[in-house]
Design a protein around this ligand. Structure first.
Ligand SMILES: *Cc1c(COP(=O)(O)O)cnc(C)c1O
Length: 370
């Protein structure tokens, strides 16, 4: 059996080659590499897809989070409540602006922030809540929005892993003050480099984000506020436009492949991620919990099945972020970091490939303590 790719971007390109190539060629022909027509075309299509008044494309998912906080005018010392079980970028942008990340533990079964613990973490300095829709499943946004409304806080969804996911019939990114996503190649909707987008219904915040993206300019060379160089390239927008052509199909495939993985795992001595009935998961990573993880990973690797760990250490235990946790422990995040493991996942994963993964996993688990 041949080794599987962890994420199959080559099969995706093969399927979309005519439109990707034509879209790229069109940019090369018109030559507007910065803020060319594809930027607005993509923003209009993505805003319609998500169902928000505004979409602002930016240079990465990290920049989307940063610009959202800047548009909200986060000040040094302001607190932002978030999860310790996420990629570093979530807390990084808070600290970069002089803000204070306040960590709240996760639900052990979904690995998303536990909304029932948020109210107790609010202080007079809290400005925003930043939940992460981890692995592609939105957290308890209605509950989080209600807490935020009661305390006058903004909510920024870190939707870097959940673009295309649905929550109570609405789309991820369109559920709160800001939704921020990433088009890093391996995300559910990826480009061929770095890219990202912000979504909001608030006209003033959208205007602020658009200005911050171009060095705070309200007009050319009028710097109304401090901004960043945060534009997304026209070429990368062209790639996403081409990928949008079969994105609905890809979402359906991701849901079906995820459901099939979940069913096939039922009889194995592993713990599956819990899925809430009123939302779906686009499985940016197909993640489960296993014991003796490193042994299982080694056995899978020997069988040609690549795995990954998202994430091996929660942020409150990372050297750069431990100071913000002030010695607190977050037991569910710590336990998840010990046991999570992600399996190969992409819209183009075939049933035969998936069966190969499950067979290898079954053999890898054989003889290990459950
Ligand atoms: C990927 C990711 C980011 C950062 O996105 P980039 O486009 O790589 O900057 C932020 N948060 C989470 C949860 C992510 O998975």
């Amino acid at each position: 059996m041949s080794a599987l790719p962890f994420i199959d971007l080559k099969a995706q390109y093969a399927a979309l080659k005519p439109s990707v190539d034509a879209r790229i060629q069109r940019v090369l022909d018109h030559g507007q590499y910065i803020m060319g027509p594809e930027v607005k075309e993509l923003e209009d299509k993505l805003a319609a897809f998500v169902g928000t008044r505004h979409c602002i494309t930016v240079s990465s998912g990290t920049e989307a989070l940063l610009i959202a906080l800047m548009a909200l005018d986060l000040k040094p010392g302001d607190e932002v409540i978030t999860t310790p079980f996420t990629f570093a970028a979530t807390a990084e942008v808070i600290v970069l602006l002089g803000g204070v990340p306040v960590f709240v533990d996760i639900e052990p079964d979904t690995c998303n922030i536990d909304a029932s613990l948020i109210a107790a973490a609010i202080t007079s300095k809290t400005r925003a809540i930043m939940p992460v829709s981890l692995y592609g499943q939105v957290g308890d946004m209605d509950e989080i929005n209600a807490i935020a409304a009661a305390h006058g806080l903004a909510v920024i969804e870190d939707a870097a892993q959940s673009f295309g996911a649905s929550y109570k019939g609405r789309r991820s990114c369109g559920l709160s003050t800001f939704g921020a996503t990433s088009f890093f190649p391996s995300k559910p909707l990826g480009c061929y480099g770095d890219g990202g987008a912000l979504f909001t219904d608030d006209d003033g915040l959208a205007q602020a984000a658009r200005e911050i993206r171009v060095h705070g300019q309200s007009q050319r060379y009028t710097h109304t506020r401090v901004g960043v160089g945060g534009r997304m390239d026209t070429l990368q927008c062209a790639v996403v436009l081409a990928k949008l052509e079969r994105f609905e199909w890809e979402i359906a495939r991701r849901l079906a492949i995820g459901a099939r993985y979940q069913a096939l795992l039922e009889k194995l001595p592993v713990q599956r991620l819990a899925l809430r009935p009123d939302r779906d998961c686009v499985w940016a990573q197909f993640t489960l919990h296993v014991q003796a993880r490193s042994q299982v990973q080694q056995r899978l690797s020997a069988a040609g099945v690549p795995t990954a760990v998202h994430y091996p250490k929660p942020l409150h235990q990372q050297p750069a972020y431990a100071q913000w946790a002030q010695g607190q422990s977050f037991p569910h995040a710590e336990r998840a970091a010990q046991s999570v493991m992600s399996l190969p996942m992409s819209a183009d994963l075939s049933e035969a490939q998936q069966d190969q993964v499950i067979l290898a996993l079954t053999q890898a688990l054989d003889g290990l303590e459950p």
